[in-house]
Design a protein around this ligand. Sequence first.
Ligand SMILES: Cc1cc2nc3c(=O)[nH]c(=O)nc-3n(C[C@H](O)[C@H](O)[C@H](O)COP(=O)(O)OP(=O)(O)OC[C@H]3O[C@@H](n4cnc5c(N)ncnc54)[C@H](O)[C@@H]3O)c2cc1C
Length: 510
Amino acid sequence: MLANAAVSDFDDMPERYLLDQGEFSRRRALKMKIVGLAAMAFTRLANAAQSAIDYAAGAAAQRWKGLRERIMGTVVSKEMEQYEELRRNLLWTAIKPDSKPEAIIQVGSASDIGEAVKFARANALKISIRGRGHHTSAPIMRDGAITIDLERLNGIEIDAKERIATVEAGVTSGHLLGELLKHGLAFPVAHCPTVPMSGYLLGGGHGWSSKAWGTACSNVTGIDLVTADGESIYADAKRNSDYFWAARGAGPGFFGIATRYHLKLHSKPRAIRRSSLVYPIAAVGEVAPWLSELSDKLPADVELICMLSNPPNAPGNENRTLTVAADAFVDSYEEARAALEPLKTGPGAFTRSSFNRHSSLYLGDGRTGGSSLRRVSDSHWIDVNPTESMIAFCQAKLNPPSAQTAVFFSFNPCPKRDAANPDMAQSVIGRTLVLVLGAWEKPSDDGANISWFKRTSSVLDSVSIGHYINQCHFPLSKDRPNRCFSPENWSRLEKLRARYDPEEVFTYFD
Ligand SMILES: Cc1cc2nc3c(=O)[nH]c(=O)nc-3n(C[C@H](O)[C@H](O)[C@H](O)COP(=O)(O)OP(=O)(O)OC[C@H]3O[C@@H](n4cnc5c(N)ncnc54)[C@H](O)[C@@H]3O)c2cc1C
C-alpha cells in the first residue's frame, strides 16, 4: 500500500518522504538553525529600530524640553499625539495645507515670544507667526519652521478718559468692540468679529467706519514687538520708527512679532442704520453707473457696498443678484434718514428694498459666515470709475459653482490719503475694492471652485492697480505680494527686512 501510494503520489510528496531519515534530520536541524538565527537577527533588528525610534522621540522631546521649562505657554511638537489636530485647527478655512511645522508654540505671555525666537535661532529653525489663522494664503505654517501662535494673548486695557486702548495681538475684533462699547467708544474693527488685531492691523485693516476714521492701522499710535533677535522693544513715530512704519501695512512682510498695539479710539456712533436694494443681475447696466455716482456723493459716515451673489439652487449666470447696502454710522434716526436719502434715487428694477432700518452690525453680523466652509479669497483695487469694470465683470460668464461664493464691491472703503502717508508701509488704495470670496462645502468640489476662483481673479487682474495684502491670495501669482505696495514702499520694505532680519528668521511670503 505504502509502496503503491509512494509511487502514485510521488510528485506531490513533501521533500522529507524522499530522503532517508538521517539525511532528513540533518537538514531539519540545519533549517531550524537558520530559522532560529534569522529570527534572532530579526528581533535584534526590530529592537534596534524601536530603540532608534525611541531615541529619536526622546531626542526630539529633549530638544523642546529646555523651551518648555522657560515659557508659560505650551510646545506641541510634531511627534506628539495632539499635534495633528492642533495643526489642522490653526487655520480658519476648512482647507488645510500639507505644511507641517516642527512645533506649534502657543505662547502664554508676551515674554514667551522672546524665548521662542531665541530657541528657534539656536536650533536653526525658521519662524512663522499666527494671530488666529484668518489669512487666505496660510502663511502661518511652513515645513521645517516653528509656528509661534499668539491666540492666547488676550489682554485689553482701556483708558476711556484719554480715549486710548492697549490690546494684545490675539484680541478679536468682536472682543475689543464689546469692551469699547461699554465705555461709549469704538474702533474701526474688522467686519467679522473673529478677526484678531494681530494680522488685521499689521496689514492695514479695513473695517467698520474706516471710511470716516481711516484704515485701522492709521489709528495705531505705537506697538510693542519682539525683534528677529528675540528682544522686546517699543516702536512709534519717534522710537524705532522703521518698525512702526512697517507695522502699519506690511502684513506678512513684517520683520518682527507684534505683541501689543496702542490704539486711538473714537466715539461710538449712536445710530447705525442701513438701506438696501436687491437687483437682478440684468440690471447691472443701470445699477453700476448709479453706484459710481452715489459713492462719490455719500458722506464719510455712510459706507456703500454691492454684493454679487448666487441664490441657492439657482444655477446660471442670469439668476445672480446684486445687493446694494449702505450703512450709516451716525448719532440719530434723523441723521441716518438724511444720510441714506440718496439710496432712494436707485433704478426702479429692484426686487426687494428696505430703507433706514436699525442695523446690528456691531453685534457681530459679519459679512462672512462661519469657518466650516472651504474658503479662498483675493482682492483687487480699481481706481478708475468702476462702472465699466462692474458691467464687464457681471456680464462675463463667471457663474460660481457654489451658492456660498460672493463678490463684493466696496466703494471708497477707506481714505486714499492713507496710501500716501509716508509714515505707513500701506501704499495701495484705490477707489473701489473688489473682494472675491470663494466658499464651498465638499473637498470633491475643490477643483471646480478653485478653477472659478483663478479665472475670476485673472479677469480682475487686467483692471486692478494692486491688491490688499490682508485679503490677497499669494499663490495666484509671484508678484502678488509686491503688488500690494507702491514700488517705493516695496523696495523700502525689502531693504528694512534685510537690515532687521538679515538671516531671514521669519518665513514671510514664501
Ligand atoms: C472671516 C474673515 C473676515 C475678514 N474681515 C476683514 C475685514 O473686515 N477687514 C479686513 O481688513 N480684513 C478682513 N479679513 C482679513 C484679515 O484681516 C486677515 O486675514 C488677517 O491676516 C487676519 O489676521 P490673523 O492674525 O488671523 O492672520 P494669520 O493668518 O494668523 O496671520 C497671517 C500672517 O500675518 C502675520 N502676522 C499675524 N500676526 C502677526 C503678529 N502679531 N506679528 C507679526 N506678524 C504677524 C504673519 O506673517 C502671519 O503669517 C477677514 C478675514 C476673514 C477670514
